[in-house]
Design a protein around this ligand. Structure first.
Ligand SMILES: [Zn+2]
Length: 101
């Protein structure tokens, strides 16, 4: 392990210990600013079960569409040799396969 990484871990541990020691002060400061009420308002109004379901469904749909072939894209794969090609070329420079669109 590098020395710089050890220093960063040690500083992080010291910071965590200070945070744990002053957790009551931090909680009091947060409740004075009204942040917990604001977060509770957000959670009860916007993070309903329906919203979470829609977000999960969108994540599944968006990650699924990446595997499909896209017509308009910055890069495409050759269907013969599976080489990634930049732009929208008419043929593969490796195997010479021509694309029809
Ligand atoms: Zn090819």
């Amino acid at each position: 392990m590098a020395l710089g990484l050890r220093k960063i871990i040690l500083l992080g541990l010291i910071g965590m210990i200070f945070l744990m020691g002053n957790i009551v002060l931090i909680a009091n400061w947060l409740s004075e600013t009204g942040l917990p009420e604001f977060a509770d308002h957000i959670r009860s109004n916007y993070l309903t079960g329906t919203a979470i379901t829609i977000i999960v469904a969108l994540l599944i749909l968006l990650t699924g569409s990446k595997t499909r072939d896209k017509v308009f894209s910055l890069s495409r794969r050759c269907p013969v040799c599976d080489k990634r090609l930049m732009g929208n070329p008419n043929y593969c420079p490796d195997c010479g396969n021509s694309f029809s669109g």
